[in-house]
Design a protein around this ligand. Structure first.
Ligand code: AHN
Ligand code: ZN
Length: 343
C-alpha cells in the first residue's frame, strides 16, 4: 500500500471516530450546564436492604380476599386468621394470637384476635409495624344506597397492609441481616365503627377496637418499641401518602424519618410532605395508651368527592380490581429502607 493512501485511511478513521464520539456524547458535551444545574432533580440512591417484591405482596392480598370479606364473627374471618398465623410462622416469626371479646358500637360482642408476629423477640430494641386485618361489615359509603348493608371485600382497607407486612417479613427472614427486633401486629376489629346509616352518633371510640385492647394489654408485660408505623390502605390506585395530622402531633420525628427514606429511594411522588387530614385510626390508642410514638401511612385524595380516603373507601368496589401493586411497592420498600437504616 502506498504511504499517501495509508495516511488517508488513518485520518479518515480518526475523523469518523471523532464524529461518532461527538454524536454519542452530544448531550454531555453541549448541554452540560443544563443537566447539572437542574436542581429540581432529586438525588436518589439505591435502596438499602432486600428488594420488596410487589407480585408477592399482591398474591398475599388476593389470598386474604379469596376467603371472602373478613367481617367480625364470620367463618371467612376465622379462616383468614389461620392463614395469617401460618404465613408469619412460615417466615420464621414467633407468633402470638391475642384473643378477646370486644363490644361494638351497638353492644354486639365481637370475637377479636390480634396476631403479633415477632422477629428476634429476644432483642430489646424493637420497631412496631401494624395494620388491621378485619373487613368492614357495611359498605356504608357506597354511591349506591342498596349496598350500604353489604360487607366490604377490603382488598385495600384491610388486606393490603397485612400483605405488605407479610412481604417485609419474608424479606427479613431471607436476608437475615437485621439486628433490631420487629413486631408485626395484625390488629382486629378496626372497622366496626359506627355506620353512617346508624342513628347513633360516631364519637370515634367505636373504631380501632383491637388496637384499643392491645394498647391497654400489650402481648408482653412492659412491652416497649422505639416507634410504630401503621399501614392503612396502602394498595390503592392513585394513592398519595400525605403526612397525617395526628402522626405529626405525636411522632413528627418518625414522620420525617419515613418521608426522608421514601425520598431517598425515589418515592417522593408517593409521599408528599404536605399535611393530609387528622384520622381516628389504630395509631391513636398506641400513641395515647401504649405511649409508643406511632405514625399512620394512610392515603389522602384531596380531589376525591366520594371520600378523602379515595373512591373505593367503604364501598363494594374495594376489591382486587382496584389494587395497584406499585403503591404497595412504594410503601413496602420505604418501610424496608427505614428498618435497614435504623441504627
Ligand atoms: C374514621 O372514619 C373515623 N376513621 C377511619 C379509620 C379507618 C377506617 N381506616 C380504615 N377504615
Ligand atoms: Zn375502613
Amino acid at each position: 500500500m502506498k504511504k499517501k493512501k495509508k495516511v488517508i485511511i488513518i485520518v479518515g478513521t480518526a475523523v469518523l471516530v471523532a464524529i461518532i464520539y461527538a454524536l454519542v456524547n452530544w448531550g454531555s458535551i453541549f448541554n452540560k450546564n443544563e443537566v447539572l444545574t437542574d436542581d429540581t432533580e432529586q438525588s436518589v440512591s439505591s435502596p438499602v436492604g432486600p428488594s420488596f417484591n410487589s407480585d408477592s405482596a399482591y398474591a398475599y392480598c388476593k389470598a386474604q380476599c379469596e376467603f371472602g370479606p373478613r367481617t367480625m364473627n364470620s367463618t371467612a374471618h376465622d379462616e383468614c386468621e389461620q392463614y395469617i398465623i401460618s404465613k408469619f410462622k412460615y417466615y420464621g416469626m414467633s407468633v402470638i394470637a391475642q384473643k378477646t371479646v370486644v363490644k361494638g358500637y351497638d353492644g354486639t360482642r365481637l370475637n377479636s384476635t390480634n396476631v403479633i408476629a415477632s422477629y428476634k423477640p429476644e432483642l430489646t430494641t424493637r420497631i412496631l409495624i401494624c395494620a388491621h386485618w378485619d373487613s368492614r361489615p357495611w359498605a356504608d359509603n357506597d354511591p349506591d344506597k342498596k349496598n350500604h348493608h353489604k360487607p366490604v371485600m377490603a382488598a385495600n382497607d384491610g388486606a393490603s397492609g397485612v400483605a405488605v407486612m407479610m412481604e417485609i417479613a419474608r424479606n427479613i427472614n431471607k436476608a437475615k441481616k437485621l439486628n433490631i427486633g420487629v413486631d408485626f401486629i395484625c390488629l382486629d376489629a378496626e372497622d366496626w365503627g359506627t355506620p353512617q346509616w346508624s342513628k347513633k352518633q360516631d364519637d370515634g371510640d367505636s373504631w380501632a377496637l383491637g388496637a384499643q385492647y392491645w394498647a391497654a394489654n400489650p402481648h408482653k408485660k412492659g412491652y416497649e418499641a422505639r416507634y410504630g408505623i401503621l399501614l392503612d390502605m396502602v394498595g390503592g390506585q392513585g394513592a398519595r401518602f400525605y403526612q397525617e395530622g395526628m402522626s405529626k402531633q405525636y411522632a413528627q420525628a418518625i414522620v420525617d424519618k419515613v418521608w426522608k427514606a421514601a425520598n431517598d429511594i425515589g418515592y417522593a411522588s408517593y409521599f408528599p410532605t404536605e399535611e393530609g387530614g387528622m384520622i381516628t385510626d389504630d395509631h391513636i390508642p398506641i400513641n395515647q395508651k401504649a405511649n409508643i410514638p406511632t405514625i399512620d401511612i394512610i392515603p389522602y385524595y384531596p380531589d376525591c368527592k366520594a371520600s378523602s380516603f379515595g373512591p373505593t373507601w367503604h364501598t363494594v368496589s374495594d376489591d382486587m380490581n382496584h389494587i395497584d401493586k406499585n403503591t404497595m411497592k412504594a410503601v413496602g420498600q420505604t418501610v424496608i429502607q427505614v428498618l435497614y437504616t435504623e441504627k
